[in-house]
Design a binder for this molecule. Sequence first.
Ligand code: 5AD
Ligand code: SF4
Length: 455
Amino acid sequence: MKKLYVKTYGCQMNVYDSARMTDLLTPLGYAPADGPEDADMVILNTCHIREKAAEKVYSDLGRLKKLKDGRVEQGGSMLIAVAGCVAQAEGEEIIARQPAVDMVVGPQSYHRLPEMIARIHHGAGHALETEFPADEKFDMLPEERAVSGPAAFLTVQEGCDKFCTFCVVPYTRGLEYSRPVTQIAAEARQLAAKGAREITLLGQNVNAYSGVGPDGERWRLAQLIEHLAGIDGVKRLRYTTSHPRDMSDDLIAAHGRIPELMPYLHLPVQSGSDRILKAMNRQHRAEDYLRLITVIRAARPDIALSSDFIVGFPGETDKDFAATMALVRAVGYAQAFSFKYSARPGTPAASAGRQVPEDEKDARLQELQALLRTQQDQFARSCEGRTMTVLFEKPGRKPGQAVGRSPYLQAVHADGAAHLIGRLADVRIEQALPNSLRGVLVSGAVHSGEGALAG
Ligand code: 5AD
Ligand code: SF4
């Protein structure tokens, strides 16, 4: 048996892709390795969104080269593949910078890994695949999916046509592509049959989903969600990431109507300043976003909101930043991610406007994160005393304890719940901790009609 180690950087779509690459290589005789030390093949599934993430790949490759050299000295071998968005963006440059790399494969062509491995074994030297046949990829992936827990990711849409001026995604992931409904439903049925109870639908711009339905018409995300909610065993659905411009009325209405659709929405705004939003090519104003939030809350009053923010975008002044802080105060987020602007090669913003000095970016990030932290704590405290359904996913730190997710995506741990892993149960929230909630099981409140995890 050969061993495979996959390291995943970046977003949830990379987590999905890593799982699919593993599925693809299982029939070739690769079993999972615990670490790179005992692997015959290592895949780095990389992220190009910010400079830091991209540079980390090269330091990891340096360490892998040493492992590989050691292996070769002992008469063995090791294949190193760089996959993901750095592979797409930098291609051959990666091999030039680190010749120990055998394969470079972009996010739209990893279905070709088996033939690339064969080419290497036939003495081809290096193999490079960075084409964009997105429709082909999904047709070529094995139908069989390994399921590793009750919460699964399922990519329904890839790529982005929005071209925000800071973002590499349209270049690394390509333009929007939506998978057909029947293909997605088949994958969801398989996940559910193998014990998945929650499915998160993934796409760089998932609410722009527009895939061919079984009736030959284009289906929107709300229709897809309703369809998937009807699958036996699917108890919870989520989707991420969404663009404010594509938050359509039918999708908002779905939040009020479909019980399986969880009351949580990640809706990145990036900035609260109209001037900066315009420079970012976000195609909406702060006011449009706030209005949208009001409508969403009217449809689903308890919805937990999350966002991404960038501070220090070129040209951002103190006044622009103050507008971001004001927007955050107006919305009240349950959760959020915030980043310092990182100039990405080839994107319009990298060469535009006044780049904001690093210390200013630092100060703004700290101020923003302090506010977001306060809001997150407030939201967590507002859950104390409430009873909510938790999907238990894995054992906790203490014996007998299990950890799961609330409807609002918070981590919840409860004692004496280990036997409930893979199932939904009602939990009373006792205490909000910094990054999780402590709850107690409400007796007899295990949700009926569900099997434990298969296999
Ligand atoms: N610099 C900093 N953050 C970025 N993001 C995307 N591109 C950049 C960049 N160049 C952030 C955005 C996006 C999230 C996934 O990453 O906030 O929503
Ligand atoms: Fe990048 Fe998202 Fe903008 Fe698309 S919508 S360009 S993925 S930030």
